[in-house]
Each structure stands twice: as structure tokens, then as C-alpha cells.
Ligand binder design. Structure first.
Ligand code: HEC
Length: 135
């Protein structure tokens, strides 16, 4: 049985059409936009356990636990973290206000989004809500 092999210019037609299609409709890239690359910083309904503790754990422990309470600051539970949150030291430390020692000590400044979350927690989260004695 003789196998018919197409040759010459005709073979190139599908290849050229494919190249032309790729040129006209390049794959990828078209779905990327600013929102995908820079997800917005969500600072609504910030709670200590879901939003603040992860930032503290990654950047502030073990220097600020009940055991290593450097500077008298304990950040590993919401009741203790409320104290520097309310007296302003927490925000001053993470925003590198010149009146306090910049935090995290020995590390790089927190991201703008993390700082915004901390600010939102201080202003709208547990620190301003009334402390309930019986829950
Ligand atoms: C490597 C240890 C270390 C880490 C990590 C660290 N701190 Fe501190 N922090 C200290 C020490 C030590 C002090 C006491 C001031 C001093 O001697 O530098 C302090 C003081 C503070 C104070 C009181 C500031 C003042 O001037 O009274 C705050 C608020 C604070 N830290 C918050 C944080 C926060 C928030 C983080 C994480 C983003 C953090 N720290 C990470 C060691 C640390």
C-alpha cells in the first residue's frame, strides 16, 4: 500500500495558518489586569484571630508572648494586645513613628496592607468594642 505524503508548499499552509492565528490572537496575558496582580487590601471586619494573629505570628513572636514580653508588650492574645492597641504604641511601632522603637525589631517594616489591617482592627475591631465579662 502506498502512503501518500503531502509535500511542498501545501504542507506549509496549516503551519502558516497556525502562526498567523498565534500572531493575531496571542495566548495568555489577556486575562491579567491590575486587580489580579495587586489584589485589593481587605480591611473590612478585621478580627484578631483571623486577620491580626497571622501578622503577629509571622513578625512579632516570639518577642511578644507572655513569656518573652519585651517592652512589656504581649501580642499573642487579643486581651493583652488591646493594651498597646488602645494606648497608640502598637500603631506607632509598626508605622515607625520616631517617638517609639520601630517594630518588628531587627526585621523589615510590615507591608502597607498589614499596617492598614492593624489600623482597622484598632479603630473598628475588638479594641474599641466593649469588653464583655461573660460571653
Ligand atoms: C526580635 C524581637 C522583637 C520582635 C520580632 C518584635 N519586637 Fe516589639 N519589642 C522588642 C523589644 C526588645 C522591645 C522593647 C523596646 C526595645 O528595647 O527595643 C519592643 C517593644 C515593642 C513595643 C513598645 C514600643 C515602645 O516604644 O514602648 C511595641 C508596641 C512592639 N514592640 C510591637 C511589636 C510588633 C507589633 C511587632 C511585630 C510587627 C514586634 N514588636 C516585633 C522586641 C521585638
Amino acid at each position: 500500500m502506498k502512503i501518500h505524503v503531502r509535500s511542498g508548499l501545501y504542507t506549509l499552509i496549516p503551519i502558516f495558518s497556525l502562526l498567523l492565528l498565534l500572531l493575531l490572537f496571542p495566548p495568555g496575558c489577556k486575562n491579567y489586569n491590575q486587580v489580579d496582580l495587586y489584589p485589593p487590601c481587605d480591611t473590612v471586619n478585621i478580627s484578631y484571630s483571623s486577620n491580626i494573629l497571622p501578622i503577629i505570628s509571622a513578625n512579632c513572636l516570639p518577642c511578644h508572648t507572655s513569656i518573652n514580653q519585651f517592652g512589656g508588650v504581649i501580642l499573642d492574645n487579643p486581651d493583652s494586645a488591646r493594651i498597646p492597641a488602645r494606648n497608640g504604641l502598637l500603631l506607632k511601632a509598626v508605622t515607625h513613628d520616631p517617638s517609639v522603637v520601630p517594630m518588628p525589631k531587627g526585621g523589615s517594616k510590615l507591608s502597607d496592607c498589614d499596617i492598614s489591617k492593624i489600623r482597622s482592627w484598632i479603630n473598628h475591631g475588638e479594641p474599641v468594642k466593649q469588653v464583655k465579662l461573660f460571653r
